[in-house]
Design a protein around this ligand. Structure first.
Ligand SMILES: *Cc1c(COP(=O)(O)O)cnc(C)c1O
Length: 344
């Protein structure tokens, strides 16, 4: 395989993908209408397809995963409530303080295992019915966990958490920005998740390769309220069908190929494992590789050296680097990155 010296492989995130020619064709052919009037056939189709796929009553197309999550949290909580999630959860760490700003709720953050929390930990964090305490109303899980290095939940643990939620009248929301990665890696079905969660958000703009888009899934009465909140948040879109069509295309063409991204991530981790300045690599379960460097090698410095070799990656802290594989990284790109790693 020949390498071009000018080759750039962007592994900063799986959000950097551009629509394939076939996806663009699907978008250009989309039938559209005003979705705030409920008249966009492509949006309606996407919502119907995803709801059926997960066995959920209804779905709501949102511009971003952040809006889906924040809308769900707003609908599940009252001001002053407490939301239980992992310390590294996207809803808590990476949504601009949205839980406080949008819902007036506070977070009970748990130190989990690579972004995964257990039923036992959740049980310890549920507040008693006491005026001193915030009312615990919601548990949020993230599968796969972004900051946990693409780690996957054991579905048995999720079942235990759901049972606990039912006993304590709590709602259970899934931030499934990369749920398709988890399902492909674990050979699981959307219906298994639809049965376990009250609400689920999925992203179309990550591994599935769409320019934008997310879908929030849940019971009909919940989605009715969520539609109002989405409007309040400024997310009521008009001819969104052009974007929804990309989502419909991706759901039938870009899901099973995620296994290729996982394979590529494993190859990159193996290359890093050979470097003496790499102290630790988080277990690679899907499409994310996070590793910690020797303190003498600052991560921003490594990012700069990689960039010289045409490889883009993110220093997620002073000592940690992240690489994410995706649709726009092909085998030649992976080979190029490995060559650059080997040369360090
Ligand atoms: C990317 C991401 C989101 C939502 O991101 P948007 O950029 O708002 O679509 C939510 N949760 C996780 C875990 C993510 O990685």
């Amino acid at each position: 395989m020949a390498f071009s010296d000018s080759m750039t492989v962007d592994l900063r995130s799986d959000t950097v993908t551009r629509p394939t020619p076939e996806m663009l064709q699907a978008m250009m052919r989309a039938k559209t209408g005003d979705d705030v009037f409920g008249e966009d056939p492509s949006v309606n189709e996407l919502e119907a397809i995803t709801a059926a796929m997960f066995g959920m009553e209804e779905a709501l197309y949102c511009p971003t995963g952040t809006m889906s999550n924040q809308t769900a949290i707003r609908c599940h909580t009252q001001p002053g409530d407490e939301v239980i999630c992992d310390k590294m959860a996207h809803v808590y760490m990476y949504e601009g303080g949205g839980i406080a700003a949008n819902s007036g709720s506070q977070v009970r953050a748990i130190q989990g295992d690579h972004g995964r929390i257990t039923a036992r930990q959740v049980a310890e964090c549920i507040n008693p019915d006491d005026v001193h305490k915030a009312r615990t109303s919601l548990v949020c899980l993230e599968n796969t966990s972004n900051r946990g290095g693409g780690s996957r939940y054991d579905i048995g643990e999720i079942k235990k958490i759901r049972t606990l939620c039912d006993l304590n009248h709590l709602k259970l929301h899934l931030d499934g920005a990369r749920l398709f990665n988890a399902m492909v890696a674990g050979n699981e079905s959307p219906r298994q998740y639809g049965e376990l969660f009250h609400t689920i958000s999925i992203c179309l703009n990550k591994g599935l390769g769409c320019p934008i888009g997310s879908v929030l899934l849940g019971p009909a009465a919940f989605i009715k309220r969520a539609r109002r909140v989405r409007k309040v948040f400024g997310g009521g879109m008009r001819q969104a069908g052009f974007m929804a069509a990309a989502g419909i295309y991706a759901l039938s063409h870009h899901v099973s190929r995620l296994a290729e991204d996982h394979w590529h991530a494993g190859l990159l981790a193996a290359a890093w494992a050979k470097k003496s300045f790499v102290e630790d690599i988080l277990p690679v379960e899907t499409n994310i590789v996070i590793f910690r460097l020797d303190p003498s090698y600052p991560a921003p410095e490594l990012a700069a050296r990689l960039r010289q070799g045409g490889v883009l990656a993110i220093a997620i802290s002073t000592q940690e680097m992240r690489m994410v594989t995706h649709l726009d990284v092909n085998p030649a790109g992976v080979e190029h990155v490995i060559k650059v790693i080997d040369s360090l």
